[in-house]
Ligand binder design. Structure first.
Ligand code: HEC
Length: 137
């Protein structure tokens, strides 16, 4: 009997693990506490590969200028995004090669490049909003 209870407890704890909703990237401590060094690492990967598709949305990638698609990605949470970038992804709009084609990148570099995309997207979107409010182009 004890074993059965233990089994169910174990099962429930696994189930609750799986149901944990992802944390929006923008709400994570990692994003909020990005250091200068993290940003430099992320940026160096960005300028090597990611920018080619994710600046203006080439090859079906989400563009950092488009708030809505980027917000949707942010809501998927880091773990899923990290998996997609590391393994590559065939999405509805296009194909991303494994590691975003930064084949020599380390896990840490890929991780920082993902946070960097959201860091950059947020800065760009905020500065555009500011410009629009000022009534300038
Ligand atoms: C050759 C173009 C290309 C390059 C280079 C590229 N991506 Fe992508 N990326 C894509 C495409 C295409 C998708 C999927 C679009 C879709 O949903 O159909 C994508 C999706 C993503 C996603 C969302 C994953 C998900 O689960 O929805 C993230 C995050 C991302 N890329 C980050 C990066 C990072 C970081 C780099 C650089 C290390 C990078 N990309 C380089 C084309 C690219």
């Amino acid at each position: 009997m004890k074993q059965t209870i233990f089994f169910f407890l174990l099962l429930f704890s696994f189930m609750s693990c799986e149901k944990k909703p992802p944390i929006n990237i923008y709400d994570t401590d990692e994003f909020k506490n990005l250091s200068k060094k993290d940003i430099i690492i992320g940026e160096s990967v960005w300028v090597t590969t990611c920018f080619r598709c994710h600046t203006y949305g080439n090859m079906g990638a989400a563009s950092i200028y488009d708030k809505e698609p980027i917000d949707k990605l942010a809501a998927k949470g880091f773990d899923e995004l990290y998996k997609s970038v590391t393994n590559g992804m065939t999405g509805q709009n296009g194909v991303m090669p494994p590691k975003g084609s930064c084949y020599s990148c380390s896990e840490n570099e890929i991780e920082k490049s993902i946070y960097y995309i959201f860091h950059l997207a947020k800065n760009i979107q905020e500065s555009e909003k500011q410009t629009n409010e000022d009534g300038e182009l």
